[in-house]
Design a protein around this ligand. Structure first.
Ligand code: AMP
Length: 217
């Protein structure tokens, strides 16, 4: 499980870990954005909360995760952006116990508030491959999109909830509802802490040092 505030680099790190360790990447934010884009009832309901930078109700995200964990067979999962509240963590505990799946490690990525605001403000994401870029720190170089036909470039957009007024609410919601999970998992002996203000490679190596299994292949 990757735990950390919005802008900590969870998505960037998750993408590398997924490929390297052959994990099924479960990102509730991505699942919700897909539901919004598809215009489902769930997507319409979730969009109001997402646009305001609030958490989508626990029952909705717990249901999405439950469905995917139980359909996953013997796969290993990487949870990214879930759980985000103590009730979600309690629900996850129950699901994992039912399914007989242990939680190996919870890696908390720490980044200061000033740095998070700087990162979220210039963030651009590709609709197709999901990679994220930054106007200043990691600009898109114009190379073909890895999920395209090999010639088309990335299709970049800025998330609506990366607007400054929404960003500050997302950070407040994180502090209030999600940060308590750091102590929650520390008390269970599962918490591993990584400094998220280093380069993406260094953060990656810090995370890998805490993952029990060896890379696939
Ligand atoms: P993210 O892409 O992880 O930053 O998530 C984007 C938005 O989706 C959040 O600001 C929430 O509105 C919603 N969201 C994502 N994951 C969760 C979750 N576990 N619980 C509640 N809301 C979530």
């Amino acid at each position: 499980m990757l735990l950390g505030p919005p802008g900590a680099g969870k998505g960037t790190q998750a993408e590398r870990l997924r490929a390297e360790f052959d994990l099924v990447h479960l990102a509730t934010g991505d699942l919700l954005r897909a539901a919004v884009a598809a215009g489902t009832d769930l997507g319409r309901e979730a969009k109001r909360f997402m646009d305001a930078g609030e958490l989508v109700p626990d029952a909705v995200v717990v249901g999405m995760i439950r469905e995917r964990l139980s359909a996953g067979g013997s796969a290993s999962f990487l949870l990214d952006g879930f759980p985000r509240s103590v009730p979600q963590a309690d629900a996850l505990d129950g699901m994992l116990a039912e399914l007989g799946m242990p939680l190996d490690a919870v890696v908390s990525i720490a980044v200061s508030r000033e740095e998070l605001v700087r990162r979220l403000a210039g963030r651009w994401i590709c609709r197709r491959c999901g990679r994220s870029f930054h106007e200043v720190f990691s600009p898109y170089g114009g190379e073909p999109c890895p999920s395209g036909d090999g010639t088309e470039p990335c299709d970049l957009y800025q998330r609506e909830d990366d607007r400054p007024e929404t960003v500050s609410n997302r950070l407040a919601v994180y502090e209030e509802q999600t940060a308590p999970l750091i102590d929650y998992y520390r008390a269970r002996g599962l918490l591993r802490e990584v400094d998220g203000e280093r380069t993406p490679d260094e953060v990656h190596d810090g995370i890998v040092a805490h993952i029990p299994a060896s890379p696939a292949g």
